[in-house]
Design a protein around this ligand. Structure first.
Ligand code: CA
Length: 687
């Protein structure tokens, strides 16, 4: 008996080993250009993946075939989802693997963003998985992988295969394992219900700059998307999330384990004043009974963008490639340049007379709009606002109006409050705005990333679209694919924005550094409403008062190109019209806010950036230097196209001393190049 028992144990172990190796199912998916790879593995009931890019190794001997070398950027990382009916991170069995033949094309127009006409292709893999638990109610999990050139996205979907028609997602095993010597440019997640009137988290924390990925966040809550990683000579990796709707919560990354594994972290219990689940309530897809089956059962996409250089990071469109518009626009929405009194004149400027001055400023600049910020309900009143709307109409300027998202989730006192938190009051407000000719609203002070809050965002967007109104969000989460998903969505803050220049001299000292970071991280996955281009040397309504700006004038002009948002609330003031050199005002009069193309040329996050954006047939090329030393940069516009160099009629620089802003005609050398020395916190603009 004893021997038999021992033997059977040995046989069992052997079988287990055999089965685990014999039944490890592996899949490799290559991008359409064959240079980005994804490996997916199901072994011992657990699903995992790794990903990277391939380089071509030249054949050593003549006539021999060139070989490829896999360069891993994400090491073997777990996949799976925890639900209230079953644990879909273990004991998984494969029902079916779906490998469509040929590429899936994504050809679409993006009204606002870094590129207007997008034609991308993916190779895809779908896995249909089940768990053996008896009580999982027949729930089926699928995982969909999309492999683009330099980008990979994946998401889960839950299908109804039995009685269970709805589940609660309680967490995910989804992870991202990086080599431990990688460094990170990442922004920590805040504690909930802290900061100004208990309004955090709002994606307004500091970054760690090029530091070890195993560094713990101070809050202990991990890091918010997007997250940029440097893997030394191998290159760069950006991890983010897209396609978050009211069907899910926003997620972020945990702190990494000592061996380099980040996992998807869900909202914190304390968000939204502790109200609402940290998980997601998900209806299951069932094509026979659901009239909206194509939208049902999905988690958001998690996205990876990588390559040997920063070019794929700055130019990625993955956040929009894998999502779809969720409704039709009710009108044709357009980009807008707005004046904005609050940023330099603060709360005291939210009065009738000062708003008239800023409407006049918008008219003088030929801009489309004027943003009337928080406090208007108390200090201007509805009747006063209606008079301002009428004055805007007379001046050919569209009003934008600030709202508090609250509601019931924090103490932010700015008004108007209690007008955006539910559909009944919101629709009344939208009608009033529509009747006043208002182009858009800026809604502030949201409550975090819980599904409860995602429902508020989506409700505001949907109701606003019914009245032809665009939406900017502040004190808010990262928008995840929203530029395409919600046609009247405009932009979001979700960054330490220009208000901090007014509040803190320390932030002024860091302004150039942040400006040279955002095109690589925050602003590459989503529109960023920064409220920039400060042309006053001191940040205050009164001359000679307030914090001192450290950046040059041309640096500030360059941020209007570097920071992408189809709605820009610029920080120009009435004084700028008489105090600034005319060429600066002329530049701001014509600067576009929507782009047909974006190209990365050179740079390093937080140090410097050379990039270009095209609007119609005009290119704007900027070079910004955030380093402590002057930087000599040779610009070769032929990288943008053969005739682009000739199309530049103006070169803006800060002079050789960095203090003498000037416009000249660019003089290219015989090879069509231009060499410039850019002083610290200065820039050059070609257009
Ligand atoms: Ca803010």
């Amino acid at each position: 008996m004893k021997t038999t028992a021992k033997l059977s144990f040995v046989i069992y172990s052997l079988l287990f080993m055999l089965s685990s190796s014999a039944f490890a199912q592996t899949y490799k998916v290559l991008s359409p250009d064959g240079l980005t790879y994804l490996n997916v593995k199901l072994a011992d009931g657990k699903l995992s993946y790794s990903a990277g890019y391939r380089t071509i190794v030249k054949a050593k001997k003549k006539g021999a075939k060139a070989d490829t070398l896999d360069v891993p950027m994400v090491l073997d990382s777990p996949l799976g989802v925890y639900t209230n009916v079953a644990d879909f991170s273990k004991d998984l069995t494969l029902k079916e693997a779906i490998r469509p033949k040929g590429v899936i094309k994504h050809s679409y127009h993006l009204r606002q963003g870094k590129q207007s006409e997008i034609n991308n292709e993916e190779n895809s893999l779908g896995l249909v998985l089940t768990t053996p638990q008896r009580r999982n109610g027949g729930v089926i999990m699928t995982v969909q992988f999309a492999v683009f050139n330099n980008n990979i996205a994946y998401r889960y979907r839950f299908l109804q295969g039995g009685e269970t028609g709805a589940i609660v997602i309680t967490g995910e095993a989804s992870g991202f394992r990086l080599p431990t010597d990688a460094t990170a440019f990442i922004c920590q997640q805040s504690d909930p219900m802290v900061g100004w009137k208990r309004t955090k988290p709002s994606y307004e924390e500091g970054y760690i700059w090029d530091e070890s990925i195993t560094k713990r966040s101070q809050s202990g809550h991990g890091w918010t998307f997007p997250c940029l990683f440097h893997e030394g000579d191998k290159g760069w990796l950006l991890i983010s999330e897209t396609g978050v709707t009211s069907n899910y919560c926003g997620t972020h990354l945990s702190d990494a384990t000592p061996d380099g594994l980040f996992t998807i972290a869900f909202p914190m219990e304390g968000e939204n004043n502790g109200f609402g689940s940290t998980g997601a309530q998900l209806g299951l897809a069932n094509s026979k009974t659901s009239a909206n089956d194509e939208m049902t059962g999905y988690t958001p996409w998690r996205t990876l963008t990588f390559g040997p250089s920063l070019k794929p990071i700055v130019e990625t469109t993955i956040a929009w490639d894998v999502v779809e518009p969720l409704y039709e626009p009710s009108i044709e929405y357009k980009g807008s340049r707005n004046t904005w009194s609050w940023i330099m004149w603060q709360d005291a400027s939210i009065n009738f007379d000062d708003q008239i001055k800023y409407i006049d400023l918008a008219a003088a600049l030929g801009w489309e709009g004027c943003l009337i910020d928080g406090g208007w309900y108390e200090h201007i009143g509805r009747e006063g606002m209606e008079k301002l709307f009428a004055y805007c109409k007379q001046k050919g300027v569209r009003p934008w109006v600030w709202y508090n998202s609250n509601g019931a989730w924090n103490d932010a006192p700015q008004c108007a409050r209690q007008a955006m938190h539910n559909s009944i009051v919101r629709k009344k407000e939208m009608k009033w705005l529509h009747d006043g000719g208002v182009a858009g609203i800026k809604v502030d002070f949201f409550a975090g990333d819980k599904q409860e809050t995602m429902r508020v965002y989506e409700g505001i967007l949907s109701d606003a679209n019914d009245y032809g109104i665009q939406c900017i969000f502040h004190g808010c989460t990262l928008p995840r694919g929203w530029e395409r998903m919600y046609p009247n969505y405009c932009s979001s803050e979700a960054v330490l924005a220009s208000e901090n220049l007014y509040f803190s001299q320390g932030f002024c000292e860091q302004e150039a550094r942040h400006a040279c970071l955002h095109p690589f991280v925050r602003n590459t996955t989503a529109s960023m409403e920064y409220g920039g281009t400060v042309l006053q040397k001191r940040l205050h309504k009164e001359p000679g008062k307030g914090n001192t700006r450290r950046t040059s004038d041309v640096f500030e002009l360059a941020t209007a190109i570097a920071f992408q948002s189809s709605g820009q609330n610029f920080a120009l003031t009435p004084r700028n019209l008489t105090e600034q050199p005319q060429f600066e005002i002329d530049f701001m009069k014509q600067v576009p806010t929507t782009w047909d193309e974006t190209r990365f040329i050179d740079g390093y996050p937080g140090k410097y950036i050379v990039m270009a954006r095209r609007h119609a047939d005009r290119w704007y090329l900027i070079a910004m230097n955030a380093e402590a030393a002057a930087k000599t940069i040779t610009i070769d516009p032929s990288v943008l196209g053969n005739s682009v160099g000739k199309s530049f009629t103006a070169l803006l620089t800060d002079g050789t001393d960095g203090k003498t802003p000037q416009q000249s005609v660019p003089k290219f050398d015989k090879r069509g190049r231009l060499t410039l020395t850019i002083q610290p916190q200065c820039a050059a603009v070609l257009y």
